[in-house]
Design a binder for this molecule. Structure first.
Ligand SMILES: [Zn+2]
Length: 329
């Protein structure tokens, strides 16, 4: 039987306001547990989040299949997208080591290394360090890193998973060199067109692993509070934008939630009691693919052109004189 958490008056984890509006309640699409999660929007600062994110984070399992390495076509695509990330970073980066914060299985670190960029990854689930020490398994609190030494930090789809993103941004700010350094942050955009299509079925809601949902405004505010100024914001992600549309449309059409994702990325599609729904899902996913995949690319391009992209990537530079000041535009 479904049960609910957070029935008591929620408050905003960023500004403390009690003016929290319930946006929607939903279960976990990828690893269904029967539990419902209640996404709120703060009436004061605009943050969209699960109230008490630290408690949700502590109670949220990441099953082994979440970290399963890609294989087959998804592996080829992953390599291509990491090559694009290397090129994106090169536009902003000046000399100095690069930290990939929340490096996961380490594929982006390997792509940077292959391009001759000095780098390392930090993640509680990082691979073994290896002879060149390219990976540190841990967190900003446990890793002994020298302040002011890094040329760049990348955080690809990390911030929305953290119970304390402000603490992490302050920590990253301290690690970056005062001059010429950059922080690249990529997150889903709750104010995108693909989220607006049907917020409860939007693929990148990914409850309960995504504790917060950023918009360009709330991301810029979060970066500003930690001592960064946004120097550039991209609304297009070939890796995430079209895929978000495709899976969201399939969810809206009544398919098993996030079925294509589970099948393609996680390789972890449990048997279901509802055989008719599984048959419908497989049929619709396959039959509509030739039309839906190009349509998703088109929609992704259109929402990006309108400044409402499904995934946003900010290039942020440290404010001079340390963190903590809001200097966002
Ligand atoms: Zn707030």
């Amino acid at each position: 039987m479904p049960f609910e958490r957070e029935k008591q008056e929620p408050s905003c984890p960023d500004c403390g306001s009690k003016d929290m509006r319930l946006l929607l309640s939903r279960g976990d699409f990828v690893y269904p547990s029967g539990e419902l999660y209640h996404l709120h929007e703060c009436g004061n600062c605009g943050l969209v989040c699960l109230p008490d994110p630290a408690a949700v984070a502590a109670a949220t399992d990441y099953p082994a299949s979440y970290f399963k390495p890609a294989s087959g076509l998804t592996r080829v695509l992953e390599k291509f997208f990491n090559w694009r990330r290397v090129r994106f970073l090169a536009k902003y980066r000046s000399p100095g080591d690069v930290l990939d914060f929340g490096c996961g299985s380490g594929e982006f670190v390997r792509a940077l290394t292959a391009s001759g960029v000095p780098c390392f990854g930090l993640d509680p689930h990082a691979p073994d360090a290896g002879p060149d020490g390219a990976f540190i398994r841990g967190t900003l609190d446990t890793a002994a890193l020298r302040p002011g030494a890094l040329g760049a930090v990348t955080a690809w789809h990390v911030l929305e998973h953290l119970a304390d993103p402000h603490g992490a941004l302050l920590g990253l700010r301290r690690l970056l060199a005062e001059e010429g350094s950059v922080l690249i942050v990529s997150v889903p955009n709750i104010s995108s067109w693909q989220a607006a299509l049907n917020p409860g079925k939007w693929f990148y809601l990914d409850l309960p692993r995504h504790l917060r949902q950023y918009s360009p405004e709330t991301l810029e505010a979060a970066l500003g509070r930690a001592g960064f100024t946004v120097a550039g914001l991209s609304h297009f992600s070939l890796e995430y934008g079209p895929y978000g549309w495709w899976q969201t449309i399939l969810n809206v059409l009544g398919c098993e939630p996030d079925f294509a994702f589970k099948y393609l990325k996680r390789g972890d599609v449990p048997a279901v009691k509802n055989a008719a729904l599984r048959a419908y899902t497989v049929f619709v996913t396959a039959a509509l693919a030739p039309a839906l995949i190009p349509l998703s690319v088109l929609l992704s391009w259109a929402e990006s052109a309108a400044g409402r992209g499904g995934v946003i990537t900010a290039a942020a530079v440290p404010n001079r004189g340390g963190g903590g000041n809001f200097k966002g535009a």
